[in-house]
Ligand binder design. Structure first.
Ligand SMILES: CC(=O)SCCNC(=O)CCNC(=O)[C@H](O)C(C)(C)COP(=O)(O)OP(=O)(O)OC[C@H]1O[C@@H](n2cnc3c(N)ncnc32)[C@H](O)[C@@H]1OP(=O)(O)O
Length: 395
C-alpha cells in the first residue's frame, strides 16, 4: 500500500484502539471490560497504521520479561493486532511487524512473543511455536484417588486482594524451574490474573485463591464446575494436595482446566486414568528471536558443546547468517565464517529456544538441514529442559 504511514498511537487514543479491537475480533466490548482494556493498552507500546487519514491497523507491544531456562529475558508481548476488513492483505500487518521489530531491537528486547488468533499468520514473520498447552477435564462426581501422597501441610483460602504478595514469590520460584511464563508484577496479578469479573463466562464467581506453603491454585466456581485458572506447586506432593482440595469442593462435580502444561502430572497421578481426560491440545506461545545472539546468550544450557548455525531470517538482516554457538556454563554466540552444522530458519530456532520443539524432529520433516550428522540431537540435548515450557498469561 503506497500511502501507508506507521505512527505511534498516543495515550489519548486508547479508546479508539479498544473499539478497533472490538471490530476486528468481532467482540462487543462492555463498559465493565473497559478498565482492563485501558490498563493493558496504556502499558503497551502502541503502533498504528494509517492510510489516507483512516486508521487501517494497530498492534500493541507490552514490555515484559519471559522466563527462559536459567533466568529471564526482556520481551515484547504482542497483542491487539488487527487490520480493518477493508484494508486486509495489502501489507498493513507486515509494515506494523517491521516497526515492532525495530522498536524491540532499539529497546534491547531480544525476544517477541504472542498468542496467535490463527496459526497460519506469524510463521512468515519469523515466529515459531515455542510451547503448547493441554486442556484437562476431571470427573469429581466421585472421590479422586491419587497415586501420589498429598503433602499434609494445611491449605488456606486468601483474599484475592492479598494474593499477589503471597503467591507472587511462589510463581516466581516456579518460573526458574519451567520456562515460558511471564514475570508478573502487582498490576499484572490484580488486573490480569485475578480480575473480579470473568469476561468470558458471567456464571462464574470471582477468583478464589487457595494457598499452600509451596504452591497455590486460582479457580472460579459456578454451575457445578470448578474452573482452574492457575496452579503452581513446588513438587508432586504439593500438587496432589491442591488437586485433592479442588476435587473435593462441595456442590461441584467437574474440574475444567483450560490451560495446563503438556507434561501435567495429574493424568499420571490419578489412580483411575478415566477420571482425568485430556480434552484438547493446542499451540500456545509463539516466539520470535529479535536478536539471535543476545537471546541465545540469555538462556542456560543442559550440556556444553559448540555449533555453527546457519540462520535464515528474511525480516531481520542482523540475524541472518552463520553463528558460532557455545553452550554450557559460559554461553557465547558470535558471527563466524565456519562451515555450518545446521541450517535453519529463525522461526524454527525460536520454536526450539525454550526446549519445546525438537530440532531432530524438524530435521526429519525436512525443515532443518543437518550438515554434521548428529548435530541436531546434540543441540536438542543442550536445549533440553526438565519441565516442558508452559505459558499461562493472557495478553
Ligand atoms: C497477537 C494477536 O493479536 S493475534 C490477532 C491477529 N488479528 C486477527 O486475527 C484479527 C482479524 N484479522 C486481521 O485483522 C488481519 O487479517 C491480520 C492482522 C491477521 C492480517 O493483516 P493483513 O494486513 O491482511 O496482513 P498482510 O497484508 O500484511 O499479510 C501479509 C501476509 O500474511 C498473509 N496472511 C495474513 N493474514 C493471514 C491469515 N489470517 N491466514 C493466512 N495468511 C495470512 C497474507 O496473505 C500475506 O501473505 P503474502 O505476503 O504471501 O501475500
Amino acid at each position: 500500500m503506497t500511502d501507508l504511514e506507521i505512527r505511534d498511537v498516543p495515550e489519548t487514543a486508547l479508546d479508539e484502539m479498544i473499539d478497533f479491537s472490538g471490530l476486528v475480533f468481532h467482540q462487543r466490548i462492555r463498559e465493565r471490560d473497559l478498565d482492563r482494556w485501558r490498563w493493558m493498552m496504556r502499558r503497551a507500546e502502541r503502533i498504528g497504521a494509517w492510510s489516507g487519514g483512516i486508521r487501517a491497523g494497530q498492534l500493541a507491544a507490552l514490555p515484559m520479561r519471559l522466563a527462559v531456562p536459567g533466568g529471564t529475558v526482556d520481551c515484547s508481548a504482542i497483542t491487539a493486532v488487527g487490520v480493518l476488513p477493508t484494508h486486509r492483505r495489502r501489507g498493513v500487518l507486515s509494515a506494523m511487524i517491521e516497526r515492532m521489530h525495530a522498536d524491540a531491537a532499539t529497546a534491547g528486547r531480544p525476544v517477541a512473543v504472542l498468542w496467535a488468533s490463527e496459526g497460519a499468520i506469524y510463521g512468515r514473520y519469523g515466529f515459531g511455536l515455542a510451547d503448547r498447552a493441554v486442556e484437562l477435564e476431571v470427573d469429581t462426581s466421585r472421590p479422586l484417588p491419587l497415586r501420589t501422597e498429598p503433602d499434609p501441610r494445611p491449605l488456606r483460602l486468601v483474599d484475592p486482594a492479598d494474593a499477589p504478595a503471597i503467591v507472587g514469590p511462589i510463581h516466581e520460584a516456579a518460573l526458574a524451574l519451567r520456562p515460558g511464563g511471564l514475570v508478573r508484577d502487582g498490576e499484572w496479578w490484580s488486573r490480569n490474573v485475578l480480575p473480579d469479573e470473568e469476561l468470558s463466562d458471567e456464571r462464574l464467581t470471582a477468583p478464589r485463591v487457595v494457598v499452600h506453603p509451596e504452591g497455590y491454585a486460582i479457580y472460579r466456581t459456578g454451575h457445578g464446575i470448578v474452573r482452574l485458572e492457575d496452579l503452581v506447586a513446588a513438587d508432586a506432593r504439593v500438587e496432589a494436595a491442591l488437586w485433592r482440595f479442588l476435587a473435593g469442593i462441595d456442590l461441584t462435580s467437574r474440574i475444567t482446566a483450560p490451560t495446563r502444561p503438556v507434561d501435567d502430572l495429574l493424568p499420571h497421578m490419578a489412580a483411575d486414568p478415566d477420571q482425568v481426560k485430556v480434552t484438547g491440545e493446542y499451540g500456545a506461545l509463539w516466539l520470535r528471536l529479535v536478536d539471535v545472539p543476545a537471546a541465545l546468550r540469555a538462556r542456560s544450557w543442559a550440556s556444553g558443546d559448540v555449533f555453527v548455525l546457519d540462520v535464515a531470517d528474511a525480516r531481520i538482516p542482523a540475524n541472518h547468517g552463520r553463528w558460532r554457538l557455545t553452550t554450557g556454563a559460559a554461553p557465547g554466540c558470535a558471527p563466524t565464517g565456519g562451515e555450518p552444522d545446521l541450517s535453519l530458519s529463525v522461526a524454527d530456532l525460536g520454536a526450539a529456544y525454550l526446549g519445546g520443539a525438537r530440532l531432530s524432529t524438524l530435521v526429519r520433516i525436512g525443515a532443518v538441514t543437518e550438515h554434521t550428522p548428529g548435530a541436531a540431537a546434540r543441540l536438542d540435548a543442550a536445549l533440553a529442559v526438565p519441565l516442558a515450557p508452559y505459558t499461562n498469561d493472557d495478553f
